[in-house]
Ligand binder design. Structure first.
Ligand code: AMP
Length: 356
């Protein structure tokens, strides 16, 4: 593939805030964006040149979409991997590739993948029945966390098991869906790395950052993470291994638990731009959104250099009503996603405070 010239059309599967920010970054580089989403009036569609509103399994709509775009990408990891396979079969270039998406969609496949790459994870076992849960608890012990294998995000589809007596309740909470039991990691901090890779092995990692969650949702990111250089370098090395093993093009994130002994335990990877990379919009030479567009358009990657330290806070639900307060802060950059209803737990926007 030659670098895509400006004026080309970038197709994005998904219409949420990540698609919206990708579309704005693509426009900055002279591209047109075509959003494909099942959702009418989506945040991304309101900043894009074109939108197709159709289900992800509508073969006809997908074929039309494939013929009208020059490259396709995804803005959330639960776009069915089969949707991307249909697009590839229709002749579209799709980044990230369907296999990378499929691995990230299944927590068991994802953990096996990490281990095959030599990257440590919490001990885990697949749980397909109540009897499997007992066997897994015998092997892993408590405390542990039972998670759905698929479609979990922002702490949804998870049940903690502090003692063996809680096994029944946890199993019932997940409604018998295929699951994974993970040993509980008593981490010191949660950190993540966002990196870009091109199919020609170009690699540009951003600084490792530190994340604080509340109710399973990212609340705050500190850039850079308060860790020593050895941990930072190790995380970048592991991200390189992940991108290389997936033959990846685009931006991705790897979330880790930082343990008291300084070791990193991989929790999950996201085959897309990531909430913990939003600070790059205001504090880096090039944002993760621009970097993703460059990577999938086969342009050279920009510098991921951090220009200043930053703190990003998410505006969840009604917190977004405080926008005027944040807008009045001299070093705060306000980003709002244009969502119509501030439902509880819904990501409505974020604020990046520059520390200079
Ligand atoms: P996840 O959906 O896997 O990102 O999990 C959401 C949050 O639950 C993580 O950010 C952690 O705070 C916590 N968590 C998940 N898995 C574990 C684990 N194995 N040990 C300890 N905490 C965990």
């Amino acid at each position: 593939m030659k670098p895509l010239p400006p004026g080309s059309v970038i197709g994005i599967l998904g219409g949420g805030q990540l698609g919206r920010m990708l579309a704005m970054a693509a426009a900055e580089l002279g591209f047109d964006v075509h959003i494909y989403t099942p959702e009418a009036d989506s945040p991304a569609s309101r900043v894009a040149a074109r939108t197709t509103v159709a289900p992800f399994d509508d073969a006809e709509a997908l074929a039309r979409f494939a013929s009208g775009v020059d490259v396709v990408t995804t803005e959330f990891e639960n776009v069915p991997a089969d949707t991307t396979r249909v697009l590839v079969a229709a002749g579209a270039i799709v980044h990230p590739n369907p296999e990378a998406l499929a691995i990230a969609q299944d927590r068991v496949a994802e953990k096996n993948f990490f281990n095959e790459c030599g990257i440590a994870t919490a001990p885990f076992a697949a749980v397909d029945s109540r009897a499997d849960l007992d066997a897994a608890l015998k092997q892993i012990g408590a405390p542990a966390i039972l998670k759905t294998r698929r479609l979990g995000y922002d702490g949804k589809g998870q049940a903690r098991i502090a003692t063996l007596a809680e096994a029944d309740a946890a199993y019932a909470a997940l409604g018998g869906q295929p699951a994974i039991l993970e040993g509980f990691c008593a981490f010191e901090r949660e950190v993540s790395i966002v990196a870009a890779r091109t199919i020609h092995n170009g690699f540009a990692p951003y600084d490792l950052v530190e994340n604080v969650h509340a109710n399973g949702i990212l609340a705050r990111t500190l850039a850079p993470a308060r860790v020593d250089a050895r941990v930072r370098q190790q995380a970048a090395g592991l991200a390189y291994i992940v991108g290389d093993a997936l033959d990846y093009a685009g931006v991705f994130a790897v979330e880790f638990f930082l343990m008291a002994d300084g070791s990193l335990i991989a929790n999950e990877m996201a085959p897309r731009v990531h909430n913990s990379g939003h600070w790059t919009q205001d504090a880096c030479a090039a944002s993760q959104f621009e970097q993703h567009i460059r990577a999938i358009a086969d342009w050279p990657l920009a510098s991921p250099a951090r220009l200043c330290d930053a703190e990003m806070i998410n505006l969840i639900g009604a917190e977004a009503n405080e926008w005027a307060k944040y807008a009045a802060e001299p070093n705060a950059c306000v980003h709002l996603y244009g969502k119509r209803d501030a439902l509880p737990g819904r990501k409505m926007g974020h604020v990046t405070r520059l520390k200079r």
